[in-house]
Design a protein around this ligand. Structure first.
Ligand code: 13P
Length: 255
């Protein structure tokens, strides 16, 4: 397996200073077992967690960023500010931003492009709703989300992008995609890359699955050949996040 597995923990809008201090002690136990690991606390807790995690195997990343240069954008975080704070990776286009905050495919793409220009790595989140799945629109929706980014990037940009496939119906619901459902989508995404970008990118790009991943269901998902890791929400706030990293690493080593 040539792709390095990668697990992210998305804390979303959760955490207190006390929780971050305690959870850092848990996260520090994550060993380098061949899996890249990042966590995305709120912007408010980012520098605290960075200092607590210094020297560990876990990178502290951002949940979102704005595409404009620093300026009069109340409540937003320009990419330059992330870079200045030592952040190296940001999520972009999480479904909660797309659906709840009304971020369009074009806006998500623009943010990702700006992040790449600034030298940041991007975890680009895509995924369909239940209604879209039931209407047989899974590929159409995911491809359109990717296409918006493809149109404004070049092939070389994709080496700094991880795709996170997170079906909306599975996020925070406890309804995890079956390994077959997830593998089918990941395989189609790789085919899309082969057709629209290049065979090299299709082979090399890492595609995470996200949506109700936990320590119990991650082994089977890990054994799918096109699943390169996970973007974990709720379980990343618990000690079982360590188990997810370990199970993914152990499973991929055997493949
Ligand atoms: P859950 O793991 O809580 O379903 O959240 C997934 C997610 O949205 C990660 O970005």
């Amino acid at each position: 397996m040539s792709r390095t597995p990668v697990v992210g923990g998305n804390f979303k809008c959760n955490g207190t200073v006390k929780f971050i201090q305690e959870h850092a002690e848990v996260l520090k136990k994550i060993e380098n077992n061949g899996v890249e690991v990042f966590v995305c606390p709120t912007a408010l807790h980012s520098s605290l967690l960075q200092s607590l995690m210094a020297g560990s195997h876990v990178e502290v990343a951002a949940q979102n960023m704005y595409f404009q240069k620093p300026g009069a954008w109340t409540g937003e975080l320009a990419g330059e500010l992330l870079v200045d704070a030592g952040i190296k990776t940001t999520l972009i286009g999480h479904s909660e931003r797309r659906r709840i905050m009304g971020e369009s495919n074009e806006e998500s793409a623009k943010k990702a492009k700006r992040a790449l220009e600034l030298g940041l790595k991007v975890v680009f989140c895509i995924g369909e709703t239940l209604a879209e799945r039931e209407a047989n629109q899974v590929d159409a929706v995911n491809f359109a989300q990717l296409e918006a980014l493809r149109l404004i990037t070049v092939e070389a940009d994709w080496k700094n992008i991880v795709v996170a496939y997170e079906p909306v119906w599975s996020i925070g619901t406890g309804v995890v995609a079956s390994p077959a459902q997830a593998q089918t989508v990941h395989e189609s995404l790789r085919k899309w890359f082969a057709e629209k970008v290049s065979a090299k990118v299709a082979q090399e790009i890492r595609i995470q699955y996200g949506g109700s991943v936990n320590a119990k269901n991650c082994a089977e998902l890990s054994s799918c050949k096109d699943i390169d890791g996970f973007l974990v929400g709720g379980a990343s706030l618990k000690p079982e996040f360590l188990d997810i990293v370990k199970i993914l690493g152990d499973t991929k080593k055997k493949m």
